[in-house]
Design a protein around this ligand. Structure first.
Ligand SMILES: Cc1ncc(COP(=O)(O)O)c(C=O)c1O
Length: 290
């Protein structure tokens, strides 16, 4: 049964310090820190965590291919889905420095077989030849993809600085090859801003939000705050909301702006102009908090 831990307020990520506090208070079989919105986590710090505690760590760096340092001890997973900077359409990459883990992953992703002989449970999770071919073509485009995304990010950052709006970026976002650019607003409801922008045909979004413990499917999972204080599966959503301070702050204040490799100066100017209008009327009809 998964337990959801609160995150750091600046990086918006689970940290080894939080995981240590949680591990001191409840049994944990594995930890999955997420390189949220493509911002890499510290491979060294998570290696140290797993060395000190003996608890295995799988880093979900879905959108942080290349920017995420490869750990020495932890497992590392990347996504090659269409929404990620290095996309082949579908598929992923599992990275380990341990031969036995790689062999086991190969076996499980190939019907649980070794040399056509079934050994264990598995599925058909091999990359198709077509996706592999797209991957090879993407390798040729990779430098260009990175440059275009870095340019779009730089334009957004300059426009934000110039706008004077009370909007903050994720700590460490400059290390990412941005795929989803999230802004943190103060003194207004992010959900209201998204409604406002959507009503004006701007595809603002709330990627990874609301937090998973709000979803019906996960409503019986344990939640743990940054100090390791936990609530059982029977706790109400109101009790969870009261406990998960930083996740809730982010739920109130994060929204995503349109981001892809071909967003132009004019598009960004339009987004910023519309955002300024929305923030001028934070209590207006469509920007009302919820
Ligand atoms: C943090 C994170 N983990 C996992 C996934 C799932 O990746 P995939 O679609 O390749 O299974 C995503 C995709 O959006 C993601 O952002």
């Amino acid at each position: 049964m998964p337990a959801f831990a609160d995150v750091d307020k600046d990086t918006w990520q689970l940290t080894p310090e939080i995981a240590r506090r949680v591990a001191g208070k409840m049994p944990i079989h594995a930890v999955m820190p997420v390189a949220v919105y493509g911002v890499p986590v510290s491979a060294d710090d998570w290696d140290k965590f797993t060395e000190d505690t003996g608890i295995p760590v799988i880093i979900d760096a879905a959108a942080a291919l290349e920017t995420q340092a490869v750990p020495g001890k932890c497992l590392l997973a990347h996504s090659l889905h269409a929404t990620k900077p290095f996309s082949v359409g579908e598929g992923g990459i599992l990275i380990s420095r341990r031969r036995d883990q790689i062999d086991e992953a190969r076996c499980i992703s190939n019907f649980g077989t070794i040399m056509r002989i079934a050994q264990k449970d598995g599925s058909n999770a091999k990359m198709s030849e077509l996706h592999a071919a797209v991957g090879l073509a993407q390798l040729d485009r990779w430098a260009g993809i990175k440059k275009r995304r870095a340019d779009v990010f730089a334009r957004y950052r300059a426009a934000l600085a110039k706008s004077g709006l009370d909007l903050a970026l994720q700590k460490g976002i400059e290390k990412a090859i941005v795929s989803a650019l999230m802004l943190k607003v103060s003194g207004a409801s992010a959900a209201g801003i998204v409604d406002n922008l959507n009503a004006r045909s701007i595809a603002a979004h709330r990627m990874y939000l609301p937090p998973l413990y709000h979803h019906p499917y996960f409503s019986k999972c344990v939640v743990v705050d940054g100090q390791g204080k936990q609530l059982p599966g029977t706790a109400s959503l109101e009790q969870r909301i009261a406990l998960m301070e930083n996740s809730e702050m982010l739920n109130q204040s994060l929204f995503g702006v349109p981001f892809h490799a071909f967003v132009g100066e004019d598009d960004i100017a339009h987004v910023m102009h519309t955002l300024a209008q929305a923030l001028d009327k934070p209590h207006g009809q469509s920007a009302r908090g919820r």
